[in-house]
Design a protein around this ligand. Structure first.
Ligand code: FES
Ligand SMILES: [Fe+2]
Length: 389
């Protein structure tokens, strides 16, 4: 990694973080990875949508069914094309200022309407990024290399045939790393102790998951770092961790978890590059939650929450769709995960100036988070730098 690359992070902090320097530097996320940014149905034919990914402003449009993403910044004087959208043909976009006109498919400056003889025409291009639609999501490969297979950047099983996916998207005011660690944090379950999901879905959640007292180091989590395929860390909570069912202070029990029923959920939690969590099963034994923490900019992330269920036919998928909208969205994605959003926003203040990464004091149960940081620091395909913006 070229240390001269400009990142938004305090370099003094990076120098001190010996174990996972590139994770610290990735304040704006990673380069050369697939990130989901929008749902397919949010981008309609000929109606460009403005978005921001890893600090870069983008315009996403559908032309003859295919989705394209171009940088939302005119080559001429740097203005955002989205400030006033002007598209005179379906395959182009024209800058509102001096009419430089670009092709959606490759960003080529194909005409300048105010100076049709300009030598610039045909010689310059706006940056474009490849888009792939899968499971109702639009993934953008934010990078400069030949895109890698999408399957390498999603959790195992997400793209399986027969797995129907439904989801929602929102913007949350925290850095993406704080969000990813909240999701993968095995003792943060404490914040969910009052969740309406527990009674609403007859389940039980302990107050925490402690590492076994006699446990061998590393038995709790497993790092996956193969040549191809997704790279991530499994936390086999259900198998290894000790559920904590009594909250004690000075030896006295002061708190017990709410028991809503005996459904077992969240047996295995795993996190994958470039920042996506899989909770299996969740929020019901018939479902798996896949959720992305997509860097929007240094202070905010897109929280892309999805649930997957195996379905055998269209009727089953329709039933899942009904349940998703009628039950799980409210009970799980809001009822449960709103607590997570609250916690991430509360953490942001401490980590915002980067010194939180040095001042924090981790404990035994954070071992899986440490494994994730090390992996992410090592196996990323690049860091998003200020020079890419
Ligand atoms: S700034 Fe876009 S054409 Fe001049
Ligand atoms: Fe949570």
């Amino acid at each position: 990694m070229d240390q001269k690359e400009r990142v938004l992070v305090n370099e003094e902090v990076v120098a001190k973080s010996k174990q996972w320097p590139n994770f610290i530097r990735a304040k704006l996320g990673f380069r050369n990875h697939w990130y989901p940014v929008l749902f397919s149905d949010e981008v309609k034919e000929g109606e460009p949508v403005k978005t921001t990914l890893c600090g870069e402003n983008l315009l996403v449009n559908r032309v003859d069914g295919k989705v394209f993403a171009i940088k939302d910044r005119c080559l001429h004087r740097g203005v955002e094309l989205s400030k006033k959208l002007e598209c005179y043909t379906k395959d182009t976009i024209t800058c509102w200022y001096h009419a430089w006109t670009y092709q959606w498919k490759d960003g080529l400056l194909c005409d300048i309407m105010t100076d049709p003889g300009s030598k610039m025409i045909g010689k310059h291009s706006l940056k474009t990024y490849q888009v792939q639609e899968a499971k109702g999501l639009l993934f953008i490969f934010l990078g400069d290399i030949e895109p890698t297979p999408l399957i390498d950047d999603v959790p195992p099983g997400f793209l399986d045939e027969g797995r129907a996916i439904r989801g929602m998207r929102r913007e949350v005011a925290s850095n993406w790393r704080v969000a990813a660690e909240n999701g993968f944090d095995s003792t943060h379950v404490f914040i969910h102790k009052d969740s309406k999901l527990i009674k609403g879905n007859e389940t039980v959640l302990p107050l925490g998951f402690a590492p076994p007292v006699d446990g061998e180091e590393g038995a709790l989590w497993e790092v996956v770092n193969n040549e191809s395929g997704p790279k991530g860390v499994y936390d086999n909570i259900g198998q290894h961790a000790v559920p904590v069912m009594e909250g004690k202070i000075h030896g006295e029990t002061v708190l017990r978890p709410v028991i809503g029923g005996n459904k077992r959920i969240a047996q295995q939690i795993s996190i994958w590059m470039p920042g996506v969590l899989k909770v299996d099963p969740f929020p019901d034994p018939t479902l798996i939650q896949f959720e992305w923490y997509v860097p929007k900019d240094e202070n905010t992330h897109w929280y892309i929450q999805t649930l997957g269920r195996e379905v055998a036919n269209a009727a089953e998928e329709e039933q899942f769709d009904k349940e998703f909208h009628g039950k799980w969205k409210d009970l799980g994605l809001h009822g449960f995960n709103d607590d997570d959003i609250w916690a991430r926003e509360a953490m942001e203040k401490f980590y915002k100036d980067d010194w939180g990464w040095i001042k924090e004091q981790l404990f035994e149960s954070d071992g899986n988070i440490v494994a994730w940081r090390k992996l992410a620091s090592e196996v990323n395909r690049g860091i998003q730098t200020l020079d890419n913006l």
